[in-house]
Design a protein around this ligand. Structure first.
Ligand SMILES: Cc1ncc(C[n+]2csc(CCOP(=O)(O)OP(=O)(O)O)c2C)c(N)n1
Length: 278
């Protein structure tokens, strides 16, 4: 194409685009959009074979931009029935991004328990309260060492959520972001789901962290939840999925509520300690 007399600016833009292709930074995005602008300009004055070639490039210009590819699914899929696939995809080292919208139940099919359901929550197949703890899937993903992993809760910290999504997109390898998502099956007023997301973090129920394999040694894991400022039991009693346990399993409800708190504490502590080691 350059032999057909393409102007120097467009030639330079193409070269820069190729040079920065894998870069993933603002500079590469700017180079990609500049190429398109110059291409549109060049085609206006073009004739003959040059016009034919430039038209073909314009037709295919979507390929001049790096795509941020995201796989989005729920906890039932990611932690449970689709786990083998998710694990395989992240293990390959390919540049894919995964967003897990964690409602802690299979929401779409009516609220069945998944491996993401925490102790004491009432869900279908766990009517007397889930007896075993939530799977530490973030930890399992981090164990590869080359997977970007973050846990976010938008209502608790929007800036942290945005940072995690941007870092995940920019990381040239597999990334997975676990996002806390209140759901109608939790038995709460969905108008306040953002407030509930904040409470979950303030009660020490949901962790906020980022694990970035690209950061320098010792700074790869960042714990971003503050020390709990909301009583854990107050938080869970605000949701019918927990409070209804007194009806469905009155004999063991209190014991399971206590277990739920202990398990959450253990999980937070484990993540923090693991982060230091990673
Ligand atoms: C392999 C497979 N098994 C079962 C289903 C049926 N199914 C459709 S939606 C759904 C629930 C998914 O739950 P989750 O992944 O947590 O997403 P949410 O509904 O909470 O957004 C299931 C089991 C399916 N689509 N594919």
């Amino acid at each position: 194409m350059f032999k057909l007399g393409v102007d120097a600016d467009l030639k330079a833009a193409f070269e820069k685009n190729i040079e920065l292709w894998e870069d993933g930074t603002e500079a590469s995005l700017t180079a990609q959009s500049e190429t398109k602008v110059l291409l549109a300009k060049a085609i206006k004055g073009a004739t003959g074979e040059k016009k034919t070639v430039l038209s073909k490039i314009v037709e295919l210009q979507d390929y001049l931009s790096q795509k941020s590819v995201w796989i989005i699914g729920g906890d039932g899929w990611a932690y449970d029935i689709g786990y083998g696939g998710v694990d395989h995809v992240i293990s390959t080292g390919r540049n894919v991004n995964i967003l897990v919208v964690d409602t802690e139940v299979y929401s779409n099919t009516g609220g069945q328990a998944s491996k993401a359901t925490p102790i004491a929550a009432v869900a279908k197949f766990a009517n007397a309260g889930k007896k075993i703890g939530k799977k530490n899937m973030g930890f399992m993903c981090m164990s590869y060492g080359y997977v970007y992993v973050a846990s976010v809760s938008m209502g608790a910290n929007r800036a942290q959520t945005q940072k995690a999504l941007q870092e995940a997109a920019a990381y040239n390898g597999p990334s997975i972001v676990f996002c806390y998502a209140p759901c109608i099956n939790h038995g709460l007023n969905m108008r306040f789901s953002q407030v509930e997301e904040k409470k979950a973090v303030d009660a020490g129920y949901w962790p906020l962290y980022r694990f970035n394999p690209e950061a320098e040694e010792g700074k790869r894991f960042v714990w971003e939840a503050k020390e709990p400022s909301v009583d854990y039991q107050d938080f869970i009693q605000g949701e019918i999925r927990f409070s209804s346990l007194r009806k469905t399993n009155p004999e063991h409800a209190e014991e399971l509520f206590k277990k739920s708190e202990d398990d959450a504490k253990k999980r937070m502590d484990f993540y923090k300690k693991l982060g230091v080691t990673m």
